[in-house]
Design a binder for this molecule. Structure first.
Ligand code: HEM
Length: 415
């Protein structure tokens, strides 16, 4: 997504309406300065009172310093996401310039997430059919089996939590795809694939350094080649087998099919890590105990609504139009505040038209992996707790990874 590399920062806001009751679960009532803008809100300790006020008072407005339209109320967010001229990439720039011309750009440019029009619709229908049709009971069985093959590496809770957040969901998706995961002589599963996926995901960020972009290109090349080579032997009944058959029937080329199989692992990486981390933060702050999986499910669904991992997304206008009663021009960019929509009083009652948490988006590009993501997060939280991770010990040292759209806790290793 092409965005200017704005680093999060905060400023004092004396107009703050006296820190109203904090909505983010269990956040201690502390005098935080308001976020400076919606980008800073992503990694702010408690942006929710500010989001609520924005949704109420500035539902759709132009932010002069960010040079972006900002949609904040649930109605404005829904209208932008449904608008036919609001696209996922800027006109004439299918791939961010930093990635263009190499394997990372080639992968990025083929992703269903990053394309619009008939090509998107055909591929989305196939991906949606298989993700919605997944047997979530089987997903739990696979995730727990993989968790059993991931030994605890260190005694440090923060290190273990960070490692599992970025590993178990991706490995489970690789396994569901039918990709063969390496194991050592003791039966422990290799986390190499998850490392490559995380490296590529990091390179897609507008905050990525040149070294991270270079590492992302190498990761893209490895993931693409590996998935391509494994496709012919993907067992019947796996996602990769089904995707390769259905995309061939729909006339979608092999490189695009392979890119989108890799894309499923990429989609499962950072946002799911954020959902797991935010659930651990909630547990640590409330002192609540998570019981069996069914309890973790409820907890994860609650956190997905109130402390969401994906806080915003962007759209780019391809034609002059009227959005939320305002004239917008072709080429204008809109920052769509999913997290503000979730905290808009109207949005709280009916999360989205489809009744899902706003963090999964809505409309043509809405996330087809929402149910899968919540099961993966619940299984990972459960696995961490059953290995003795204590959330209360994580939350004294929490901050958020620098990001323009994802709220992912960074648990610092105990001194
Ligand atoms: C907590 C975890 C997740 C969150 C919060 C999340 C959120 C989102 C959001 C907001 C979008 C739409 C972006 C936009 O409209 O601009 C999206 C798209 C997508 N997500 Fe997820 N996602 C998560 C996990 C997953 C998982 C586990 C998968 C599949 C393995 C997945 C697959 C996809 C795909 C394929 C798209 C592209 C859909 C399209 O563009 O039409 N997501 N996700």
């Amino acid at each position: 997504m092409a965005v200017s590399p704005i680093r999060p920062e905060t400023v004092m806001d004396s107009s703050l309406d006296a820190l109203p009751a904090l909505c983010s679960p269990g956040v201690a009532r502390a005098a935080h300065a308001s976020p400076a803008d919606p980008i800073a809100a992503v990694t702010h300790p408690d942006p929710y009172p500010w989001y609520r006020r924005l949704a109420r008072t500035r539902a759709f407005h132009y932010d002069v310093s960010l040079k972006l339209w900002v949609a904040a109320s649930a109605a404005a967010v829904a209208e932008v996401l449904d608008h036919p001229d609001a696209r996922v990439r800027p006109p004439g720039q299918p791939v961010p310039p930093a990635l263009a011309g190499g394997p990372a750009g080639d992968l990025f440019g083929r992703l269903v997430r990053m394309t619009d029009g008939p090509a998107h619709a055909a591929l989305k229908a196939i991906v949606l059919r298989y993700l919605v049709g997944l047997d979530l009971g089987l997903v739990r069985v696979r995730a727990h089996a993989l968790a059993a093959a991931l030994p605890r590496m260190t005694g440090d809770d923060a290190h273990e939590a960070m490692r599992w957040m970025f590993t178990l969901p991706v490995l489970t998706v690789a396994d569901l795809l039918g990709l063969p995961l390496e194991r050592d002589a003791d039966g422990h599963v290799s986390t190499r694939v998850a490392g490559f996926v995380s490296t590529f995901a990091m390179a897609m960020s507008p905050l990525a350094t040149p070294a991270e972009v270079e590492a992302g290109a190498a990761a893209a090349q490895w993931l693409t080649q590996w998935t391509h080579d494994c496709t012919p032997s993907a067992p019947a009944g796996t996602l990769l087998h089904a995707l390769s058959q259905d995309t061939a029937l729909a006339g979608i080329d092999t490189p695009t099919m392979v890119a989108n199989a890799v894309g499923l692992m990429i989609q499962a990486c950072e946002a799911t890590a954020g959902l797991i981390g935010n659930t651990l933060v909630h547990l640590g702050r409330t002192g609540q105990a998570a019981g069996p999986d069914s309890c973790a499910d409820g907890l994860v669904a609650h956190v997905a609504r109130l402390d969401p991992p994906v806080q915003n997304t962007r759209r780019f206008m391809v034609a002059d139009a009227t959005l939320c009663g305002q004239p917008v021009r072709a080429g204008d960019a809109v920052l769509v505040l999913l997290a503000a929509a979730a905290h808009d009083a109207a949005g709280e009652v009916a999360p989205t038209a489809a009744g899902r948490p706003w963090t999964f988006g809505a409309g043509r590009h809405g996330c087809p992996g929402d149910a899968l993501a919540q099961v993966l997060a619940a299984c990972t939280v459960q696995a961490l707790l059953s290995r003795g991770i204590q959330p209360a010990r994580l939350v004294d040292r929490v901050r958020y990874r620098p990001s323009v759209n994802a709220r992912i806790p960074q648990f610092d290793v105990q001194p």
